[in-house]
Design a protein around this ligand. Structure first.
Ligand code: THU
Length: 532
């Protein structure tokens, strides 16, 4: 099992976005940029993230502190969220393999009567408030009436939550949890909120305080995630922080909550001292809850600096077969004052480890790239539609079809096409395991143009390669990418190095690749044997 990574540490810096996503305006978040805001703070000091390549990620160079970008030490990419949402649950589910077409429902005007009536019927109690509300203000405004009438205080927020507050002297926490379970059963289908939260409180009128017996009842993931499949295959799956809540307890073999970022990191370090095989999945929520939503730029920057310091101690302790992946679930730009909500942003994927090569992978569609990468690194049997990057970044791992296409897409960005505007990229896999990139290079004397495929093949041959396994090709006018099959000359060129036609031609896109053996695209090829 030499080729598999034994332990993956996946750390989510909750809300650490790196700039507005292409669809940010649809979410009311045009121009948001969490990293862009925090780097400007004097409290920002992140030499280790910088060394791993944070500012080498596409679109980040301009934000870099002076002298930061060259000689990176990790593999980095910018990830775009595919799911239609910008909350913690949807973001984590996507990085674990589920793309959600529908956002989790929110209730800016309170819950509809069908939900409230069913809840009253189930609990036998009335309902107060039923609006988005601050958790402390709701007690000040409705606590007394609740004590008098016995009605439950139901409220929500800008998140997808159904919260029930009740005084512990009137409703025991156990009873309140039971009411939450009833609500959880009602809140399904179109009303499947992310969390039902029990909010017990105590104290006298005018002095109500929430107790520590808060409890979350999360929505179960709608499909199996990488956690479920890793667990089923016998890997250890350890959650730190909110992970157990986010996945409603599913797919974990062990979990622990954390009190703060520092506590979550300490727990992660302690887990790293043990022997296990599989995934340690840590969520650091302070970035979001303590600094992002509170629009505290310096606080956010100081928290990144604190994480970076931990990183400086953790990296040298990593074992040969360990990999660290740092990512985020959405943005929450502390400088964005139109709202105090999350912001729809790209997130970083930063991968480090002794067997990880330094490579800048551009922008990849889908946080589920993380799931595909984790599973491939560990040698799991689960295969994702998403293009993982394990084979591109990790020594001893073979690239997958989707990974080659991801590289072809990246190579395509360099196409020189002033005449046709038809950009083509190619990624050629030699039997040695080395990969060679090519793009088309046009010429004012049109016939002088060289195609992407031949560019890749000649580059490889010049490097001493003679035997090849596959080539991924993608092309299209300007930014659009379509299925692009190789031209006749390129097929003939390929045949030169594949006398029996078993060379594979990969087209389409990373999520939906098509694979053709050369013998199918060029049967009865003319070859060396015909002239000898
Ligand atoms: N092209 C390729 O790079 N590969 C192919 O297999 C088909 C064609 C390029 C050549 C030219 O720059 C542009 O696409 C339009 O023909």
């Amino acid at each position: 099992m030499k080729d598999n990574i034994k332990r993956v540490f996946l750390i989510v810096l909750d809300s650490f976005g790196i700039g507005e996503a292409p669809d940010a305006a649809l979410f009311g978040d045009a121009g948001s940029d969490t990293l862009g805001a925090v780097v400007k703070s004097k409290k920002f000091n992140a030499p280790n993230l910088t060394k791993l390549g944070l500012f080498a990620i596409e679109g980040q160079k301009e934000k870099a502190p002076i002298g930061a970008v060259n000689n990176i030490n990790g593999a980095v990419a910018r990830l775009r969220e595919l799911s239609n949402g910008k909350d913690t649950t949807i973001g984590h589910w996507e990085m674990a393999g589920i793309v959600s077409e529908k956002p989790l429902p929110t209730y800016p005007n309170g819950f509809p009567s069908e939900v409230i009536e069913a809840f009253k019927e189930a609990t036998g109690r009335g309902v107060l408030c039923n609006l988005p509300y601050s958790g402390t203000q709701v007690l000040a405004d409705y606590g007394e009436e609740h004590l008098r009438s016995g009605d439950l205080i139901v409220y929500t927020s800008s998140d997808s939550v159904f919260q029930i507050a009740a005084h512990e002297s009137l409703v025991s926490p156990e009873q309140l949890y039971e009411y939450c379970r009833m609500a959880r059963k009602i809140l399904v289908g179109d009303h499947a909120v992310g969390r039902v939260i029990a909010r017990p409180f105590e104290g006298e009128v005018g002095n109500f305080v929430r107790t520590s017996r808060r409890h979350d009842f999360s929505l179960e993931p709608t499909e199996d995630t990488m956690l479920d499949s890793l667990k089923a295959e016998g890997f250890d799956v350890i959650g730190v922080g909110k992970i157990n809540d986010i996945f409603a307890g599913r797919g974990l073999t062990e979990y622990t909550y954390s009190e703060s970022n520092a506590d979550g990191l300490l727990k992660t370090s302690n887990i790293a001292k043990r022997d296990f095989r599989g995934l340690c999945f840590t969520n650091l929520v302070d970035f979001d809850s303590k600094f992002g939503h509170r629009r505290d730029i310096d606080g956010y920057a100081a928290a990144i600096s604190e994480f970076d310091e931990w990183l400086g101690a953790f990296l040298p302790e990593m074992r040969e077969d360990d990999v660290l992946i740092i990512t985020a679930d959405h943005g929450c730009d502390p400088a964005y004052t139109k709202t105090t909500d999350h912001t729809r942003e790209y997130v970083p994927m930063i991968v480090a480890g002794k067997r990880i090569n330094s490579v800048e992978l551009g922008t990849i569609d889908g946080f589920d790239t993380v799931a595909a990468t984790v599973c491939a690194l560990l040698g799991s049997e689960t295969v994702y539609e998403a293009p993982g990057v394990a084979g591109l970044i990790c020594e001893g791992k073979d690239p997958t079809v989707a990974e080659l296409l991801t590289l072809a897409e990246k190579a395509r960005e360099n196409a020189y096409v002033p005449y046709s505007h038809f950009k083509v990229g190619a990624a050629l896999l030699a039997k040695s395991g080395n990969i060679y990139l090519g793009c088309n290079v046009e010429n004012a004397s049109y016939g002088g143009t060289i195609c992407a495929e031949r560019n890749a093949i000649t580059t490889a041959v010049a490097a001493g390669e003679r035997e090849f396994s596959a080539i991924a090709i993608c092309g299209g006018i300007n930014e659009s990418i379509d299925e692009c099959l190789p031209c006749g000359i390129c097929r003939q060129f390929m045949a030169e190095f594949s006398p029996n036609g078993d060379f594979l031609i990969i087209t389409g896109n990373a999520r939906r690749p098509n694979i053709y053996p050369l013998s199918m695209l060029l049967p009865f090829a003319f070859g060396g044997s015909d002239i000898s």
